[in-house]
Design a protein around this ligand. Sequence first.
Ligand SMILES: *Cc1c(COP(=O)(O)O)cnc(C)c1O
Length: 338
Amino acid sequence: MQLTVDLRSDTVTKPTPGMLEAMWSAKVGDDVLGEDETVNELEQKAAAIFGMEAGLFCPSGTMTNQIAIKCFTQPLDELIADQTAHVYRYEGGGIAFNSAVSTRLLEGYRGIITAEMIEPEINAENIHYPHTSLVVLENTVNKGGGSCYTLRDIEPIAALCKKRGLKLHLDGARIFNALTYTGDKAVDYGKYFNGISVCLSKGLGAPVGSILLADAETIKYARRIRKVMGGGWRQAGFLAAAGIYALDHHVERLKIDHAHARILGEELGKLPWVSNVMSVETNIVLFDTVEPASAVLNKLAAHGIKAGDTAKHRIRFVTHLDVHAEQIEYLVKVLKEM
Ligand SMILES: *Cc1c(COP(=O)(O)O)cnc(C)c1O
């Protein structure tokens, strides 16, 4: 029997019946007026989880990241990030467009950078150089194949930023995957970062939405920036209800996605048509194929399996809450027969 398995991204999940129920029964109001109690609840809940003062619910992770960059920089500044960074590669050039800021890219290992790598790239005070004002980390690293920072890795970076007067922002689109893998506590994150973006629409399975977390003053300004970007929304509580439900019910289960990804990594490693598999930490599996990736993707598609390529010979599988054990079993069988 052929099954459909969609491994293109963890954004493809559909709301569960419980989540839909929570959305239907949400109490809503006009969020631009600050009157949507469900949005307010979500923002306070997420801030408390990460040890931050305040939150701002936004339509996308791109918007939360771009607002954060706007809040933490001035035009003509420069930010530092790894060369794989989502904020640089996949947000449409928004750093330059929204904030008039340049980007200094580092060559990390699977997207992970260190204080030793950052320090020499902070510009000295000199009229020739853009003013370095922000470091952006990503956890997990999407293009690094779901690789993780631990808080021990982050500590020296945060200390360096503090010493040199730089702000530190976390693109935590998949922060709960990182926490699941590392065992670090979410509440400790607030100590190290000026801003944190959290996606509810990735592994957590909400249909829409991300939250920016920061201190109350930053969030007050961020609310202005969201408005000017056209992101001031009204009865958004229907969507916030999905986010609250996701935080309550879909965090614990991320370990299932990780176990599924680990099985796929192990099985792929045994196949003659696979030349390399990146070690699996969370819910993303990156592997290299002997044939061009496009040819392999066509064969997979013929079996109802959707995936994406990230390079000419590289394929990405992402596990999520709509990929169940029976689909993993089916997928492994297809992979072995290919
Ligand atoms: C998905 C993602 C985002 C945000 O993407 P949106 O589609 O705008 O919600 C940000 N950073 C990373 C690392 C991501 O994977």
